[in-house]
Design a binder for this molecule. Structure first.
Ligand code: UDP
Ligand code: MG
Length: 311
């Protein structure tokens, strides 16, 4: 039997929500009347999540469970789910019901109409602190700047992707994984789907400030080399300024007016500028090394025409 839909659900200490998310997801998926699987990834939970998931797998043949030996983090858990999922369309959704499962049929509809990535775009976010909303807003703005608007805003990991897109992600071995960025980077036919993000059904966030900052840093560093090259521009500015001052002082000196301490200032600007410039040049090399180290595919083929059929 060929599976049509896979749903990947990362779970970390979610005993308070598992039963309810399973119920709502199953309702929605059954309603779609196609073969499906629910791929739960237990990201090293220390509560009853593991037992509860095993029970579900024992009762329901649509349920698959992957248990991590230790906590690997949300993005890694989703990566594992993608690797194991076998559906033609794969949905990524949080376990805590902040992303409403009832949106999945709308995503599937877009997919059936030809979209290859349907990403959930938040129209509103219930139950989030003012702090989280503000920092998220600032972060998205910074990201847009640093990556020349490569990513859609107000978009998390909730999305449906075609198996061909999933294959691209499976072939990206980078360790610092910022999945929403990787999906955007992959290309293909992408469409937003507006939805209202709910508050957590139960339990509390597992994204500590530290994990959040790491995700934010991964996003910037995996998709922008601008920070590495920043010293180059600052350095060139000081170098230019120092040289200009020196030039003016030289003319004044020829006219018989010694520059005095200004020479010192110009020397310092030239020296500081040179150091920064060489740091920026090193940054440019480092960015290249980093790019090679990420080992991303050079090109991504969406489809081919006219080749003889493979046997
Ligand atoms: N999660 C995970 N590993 C972690 C942290 C979180 O698999 O180390 C899962 C979690 O169970 C949930 C999703 O990732 O399904 C999003 O986490 P959470 O709801 O805590 O984050 P928030 O919505 O507050 O950003
Ligand atoms: Mg959540």
């Amino acid at each position: 039997m060929n599976l049509v839909y896979s749903v990947v659900i990362p779970c970390y200490n979610e005993e308070a929500v598992i039963t309810e998310s399973y119920r709502r997801l199953s309702d929605v998926m059954r309603g779609m009347q196609e073969p499906y699987e629910l791929v739960f990834v237990n990201d090293g939970s220390r509560d009853k999540t593991a037992e509860m998931l095993n029970d579900l797998a024992a009762q329901d043949s649509n349920v698959r469970v992957i248990h991590f030996a230790r906590n690997g983090g949300h993005q890694i858990a989703v990566t594992a789910g993608l690797d194991y999922a076998t559906g033609q369309a794969i949905v990524i959704i949080d376990a805590d019901l902040q992303d409403p499962p009832e949106v999945i049929p709308q995503m599937a509809e877009r997919w059936l109409e030809g979209a290859q990535v349907v990403y959930g775009q938040r129209r509103s976010r219930a139950g989030e602190s003012a702090f989280k909303l503000k920092t998220a807003e600032l972060y998205y703005r910074l990201m847009q700047r640093l990556t020349n608007n490569a990513f859609p805003r107000d978009t998390g990991d909730f999305r449906l992707v075609d198996e061909r897109v999933a294959d691209v992600i499976r072939g990206m071995p980078e360790h610092a994984r910022y999945l929403r960025g990787m999906f955007a980077w992959a290309g293909f036919k992408q469409e937003p789907l507006l939805y209202d993000r709910d508050k957590r059904f139960a339990g509390e966030t597992h994204y500590s400030l530290k994990k959040m900052l790491k995700l934010a840093a991964d996003g910037v560093m995996s998709f922008s080399d601008k920070p590495l090259k920043l010293p180059l521009w600052v350095g060139l500015f000081w170098l230019g300024l120092g040289a200009l001052v020196a030039f003016i002082l030289l003319i004044l000196a020829i006219a018989g007016r010694p520059g005095g301490l200004w020479w010192m200032a110009s020397l310092m600007a030239v020296l500081g500028g040179s150091v920064l410039t060489s740091l920026g040049i090193m940054g440019a090399y480092l960015a290249r090394i980093y790019d090679e180290a990420k080992d991303r595919p050079l090109y991504i083929v969406a489809e081919t025409r006219g080749f003889p059929e493979e046997i």
